[in-house]
Every structure is written in C-alpha cells, then in structure tokens.
Write a protein that binds this ligand. Sequence first.
Ligand code: ATP
Ligand code: MG
Length: 502
Amino acid sequence: MNANLYALFESRFPDDRTACCIETHEGLYYSWNDIDRASAKMANLLKGLKLEKGARVAVQVEKSPEALILYLATVRAGYVYLPLNIAYRAAEMAYFIDNAQPEVVVCSPQNFGWISQIAFASGTKHVFTLGDDRTGSLLVRAALQSSSFETVDSAPGDLAAILYTSGTTGRSKGAMLSHENLSSNALVLQEAWRWQPGDVLLHALPLFHVHGLFVASHGALLNGSKMIFLPRFDTAEVLRCLPRASVFMGVPTYYVRLVAEPSFDKDLCANMRLFVSGSAPLLTDTFNQFRERTGHTILERYGMSETAMLVSNPYDGERIGGTVGLPLPGVSVRVVKGDGTPCGVDEVGDIQVKGPNVFSGYWRMPEKTAEEFTADGYFKTGDVGRFDARGYLSILGRSKDLIISGGYNVYPKEVESFIDEMEGVVESAVIGIPHPDFGEAVTAVVVTKTDNALTEQDIINELKSKIANFKVPKRVVFVHDLPRNTMGKVQKNMLRDQFRDG
Ligand code: ATP
Ligand code: MG
C-alpha cells in the first residue's frame, strides 16, 4: 500500500468531489476536484525540476488555499515540505535556508528580492513566488502543467516535512517528520475527536506550524470536510463565520479574545460541536469563562513539532481545565525522575513519549538527536509534568524554565497559578533571574486589570500564606502584556533578559 500521506487523503475524498473543500473569507470556493487538479499541476511542476529524492521545498508565504495546495503537492510528489513563519526576516531566513539547503524556495512576491538573494547564495536552484491573491510565478508555471498526477509511492518512513520548532527555548531545530508520523496522528485524532459527516472547520490558524498545518487541515482533509479559511485570526471574522462551523481550533490567545467580546454567546455557537485549544497553556480562568458564556467545554490537548499530538482531553469523558488530558491511543507517554525511573501519581518529572507519531530526529543535528532520545527509544519532550490518579497529565512548564533557588526546585506554573487566581490579576509569568546567594531568584512578571491597586507587597504577602517561602518571588514586576509569539507562547527568554539587571 502507498504510505504517501496524500494517498490517504485521496482515499477519503468525499463521493461528491464537486463539494466545497475550502471556502475563503472572500467567498471563493475550491472543490475537492479543484484541490486535486491544482495540486497535480504543482506536483508536475516540481517533478519537472528533476529534484533529488528527499529534496526540501522551503515555503514562506502568506496563508491562502494555494499555500495549502502547495503543501499537498510537495508531499504528493514525494518531496519534503518545509514551512517557515511569515514573520521571519533576513537573519532568520538566512539561517533556515542555509541549514535546510532547500532545492526550491517559494516566497511572497514582495519578498522575492531579498529572499532570492539569500537562497541563491546558499545554493538553492529554484525560487518561485506565491501571493495570497493567486499571483506569483509558481501559479503561472503550474498553469502550464497537466492536471493529473499519480501520487508518488512513498514508504512509511520517507520524510514528508521538516518543521522548525518555534524557538521558544533557543534556536529552532528542524524536526524531520515522515508520512507515517503524520498519517498515524491524523487517523488517531479523527477518531479521538469524533470527526463526523457534515463537520465544517473554521480555520483561523497559520499554516507554518503543526497546529494549523497538520492538526487542523489534516482533520478536515481526512474527514472530507469543508474548511472556512481565514487569512488570520480576527475576532470579528470568527464571530461572523462561527454560526456555519462545527469545529474550531485555536491557541489560548484566540479564546481570550473571544471571551473578551461582549457579543460572543451561546447563540453564535449553536452549530458548534468542538473547540480545541493547544500550543500553549490555557488559563483556567479562560476555560471557565468560556464554558459559562457558551455552554461549551474547550478540549485542551498537548503536542509539539517533534511529535504532533500526544495527549488530549477526552471527547466523551470529562475535560479537566488546567490539564491536557490522557495519552492518545497508540502513544506511550511517561513521566520520569532525573535518574530515568518512573514517577508515581502526582509526582513531578520529565515528560517522555514514544509512538508512531514521534519524529526520527533533528535535521542535520545527529548529536542533539541522540541526546534527546533515551536508550529505550523515548523522546525527551523538555516539558515537565505530572499524572494524576485518573491518568490526566498536567504540564508544569519546560525543564529549561525550571527555577533552582537556594537548591530547591521551583516549578513556575505552580506559582503562576496562585498569582493568577488573585483578585485583579489577568496573568503572570514566573522566571528565574541569576542571584549571587540563591543561584536564581524567583521573579514574577504580572499583568493586572486596569482598575486595581495591587502592589508587589500584596502579592508577596498573599503567596507567603499559601506556599513555601523558597517559592515566593523575591521580586514582582508589573507589565501591560506578556511578550508572546504568533502561537501565543510566552517568551520567557525575553523576560529573563529584560529583568536580569535590576
Ligand atoms: P523550541 O522547541 O524551539 O523551544 P517550542 O517548543 O515552543 O520551541 P513547538 O514545537 O511549536 O516549539 O511547541 C511545543 C511546545 O509547546 C511543547 O513542548 C509545550 O511546551 C508547549 N505546549 C503545546 N501545547 C501545550 C498545552 N496545551 N499546554 C502547555 N504547553 C503546551
Ligand atoms: Mg520544543
């Protein structure tokens, strides 16, 4: 059987291939036939370039149906898709292109000048452009190609994509993902989240990250479902489209913005079946407010570029706020102590994972890859967590963010949750700042509601009555917003730099 991911989608196309697969915010419709023919044209174009097996196609373009079709075409033609965050500028693009050595680079028409320079200097042979308004040389060249293409025969372990991690804890690493990694995860999620006939996905996530490209798009493609495609998250657009959708996926920031909108209510969600959150921790406050407002319980799940999804709150069972749920079927997740022995219930340790979804290694980083796998084949996620008696996993932060103060371990999430529940607090980030006596001093960066008079001392006093002294911040600073990247991840590196010197 052909293990090519596209062959899996083809086998699940709806009977009526004239049905809508993608509807854009501008009211354009792409049927399943359109997607199939357009991806065939692009696949023929790529094949005609006589690329080597395993050639990388690096893509930095605005979100559009054509961008998704280019992803499908690359996979279909047996090449390796490498999406890049549209926010990256020259220094970052030079790093990624130099590191990945793509044979083909596709960029926005307005970036052609500087990106083509970087690409050609790194040895890239072909640079195409693709705009979000159906412009660019890629489409001009693809238009001349045949609209039928026999999907390339791929082995399960052949690479389908290289996904660079978000760079939250350091330099981004290229996670090598195979056809099997992607298809196994798509199949597991289809079952776990009960995708069903008639589902319509409201797609507001970017296409350069595991969340929007794989979890969201694969779900709809595998289910033969229509996607309503928004170029980006925009609260008003989401509210306008929600009544026609049944599934929505977002990062926590999207949910924060939705509940902040007075007109967001039960009626708008009447047709909705499922709201999924991930990529960063969802505040319990947002989880509760959302439920009160809509009657829907957000399903939080946990995953990463290297593994796609590994743990999810249940569709049918209880969805518990502040947890990411239970390991997905076929995925083995364990929490271990520093010496590798398993932790007991409620004991905090390192989260490790093994399964058909787990990547084969970091692109051209054999030493880093070897370091991040255990002798028995588990991947060390770099996240710290604990299982409760019911088997639900909670994430307490990243091991790199763990604070060691006076020889004691402080888990930032634990302190953050006590601060977050105080009257007047919106959210917080707890970090370690180098300190001559303690090694690291616990420091809290806090966002408060506008109309309150909370002081540093109020927060410290309140915490002293609740948690051990070594966990209580030595210093509390107030800010308007926490720095976040496009996926809603708090950039603790930036906070550490900002508050290092006093
Ligand atoms: P880098 O690996 O370059 O530091 P990154 O880990 O942020 O960046 P991604 O692969 O995009 O890159 O993100 C995966 C991480 O996101 C996970 O390891 C975890 O820390 C975090 N994450 C994902 N989902 C959740 C969730 N539901 N709750 C808390 N954290 C989450
Ligand atoms: Mg990571």
